[in-house]
Design a protein around this ligand. Structure first.
Ligand code: IPE
Ligand code: IPE
Ligand code: MG
Length: 249
């Protein structure tokens, strides 16, 4: 089944950067008569499938929204479980990631994470930093408004210190000061679980992204679902403000 969908994908028309809002773990657990945290534990399989799909297709950038700046407001127990799962997942997966040439990257307010998670992530990023395969970016304690505010403050300081002048103000300057300065703009943004909102994720970076919403809950999002989203993306016409005729000529 996976293979037939995989074969339908046009390798010449792949998105360069896919971002995913991995949503619906809690509802998935409830549906299965379990605690919310069971849903978070079951999420790892879908993370693996998405990475594997990108690897098979040759998609270079995959960015996963794993924990938002707003998620700190959840019950303490759930936050603690998520942070523990993060550390154990990094430890369990890092060798596989490394062997597959994946480079790990993190965006968000790193300083808010527990020191154990910071250490595990730093080690994993260090180990994989020279890898040239897929760039896997985890958004952790990430908020897009926070990121933009940080960029604005940095730019204001540079301006005040005379490091930049009026002529330097352009899109490139903003891009350079985002957490995602070394990533391209997002081509395809996927959100699972039927919610159709952005929840403070990559607001600048999705300016011209194609948005794909599916009712599938994150723990059920497998390779097949990933390929469906790519096929859906390939059926869109990305006009960037032009008209169809201009694109075909
Ligand atoms: C997404 O699943 C995971 C995180 C936000 C950490 P949820 O935990 O939001 O699951 P639902 O949306 O409550 O079902
Ligand atoms: C968004 O999911 C954040 C992540 C997937 C990490 P939420 O479940 O926190 O989003 P809202 O609160 O329903 O918008
Ligand atoms: Mg949710």
């Amino acid at each position: 089944m996976n293979n037939s969908l995989l074969e339908q994908i046009n390798k010449e028309k792949l998105p360069n950067h896919v971002a995913i809002i991995m949503d619906g773990n809690g509802r998935w657990a409830k549906k299965n008569g379990k605690e919310r945290t069971f849903g978070h534990k079951s999420a790892l399989g879908s993370v693996r499938s998405s990475i594997e799909s990108c690897r098979k297709l040759g998609i270079k950038y995959l960015t996963l929204y794993a924990f938002s700046s707003e998620n700190w407001n959840r019950p303490r127990l759930e936050v603690n479980v998520l942070m523990t799962l993060l550390s154990s997942a990094i430890k369990d997966e890092i060798n596989d990631l490394h062997e597959n040439g994946i480079r790990l990257n993190v965006i968000g307010d790193f300083s808010k994470l527990p020191s154990k998670a910071q250490k595990d992530l730093t080690k994993a990023m260090e180990l994989t930093k020279h890898n040239e395969g897929c760039v896997l970016t985890l958004a952790l304690s990430y908020g897009s408004k926070e990121e933009l505010l940080y960029a604005i403050k940095t730019i204001a300081k540079q301006y005040k210190n005379g490091e930049i002048s009026d002529d330097d103000f352009n899109e490139e300057l903003v891009h350079k000061n985002l957490y995602t300065h070394d990533l391209p703009m997002v081509d395809l943004m996927i959100r699972t679980s039927g919610e159709t909102r952005i929840s403070n994720f990559l607001l600048w970076q999705i300016a011209y992204a194609e948005l794909y919403f599916t009712d599938v809950l994150w723990p059920d999002f497998n390779e097949e679902e990933f390929y469906k989203s790519i096929l859906n993306y390939q059926n869109r016409e990305r006009r960037f403000g032009k008209i169809s005729e201009q694109l075909t000529s």
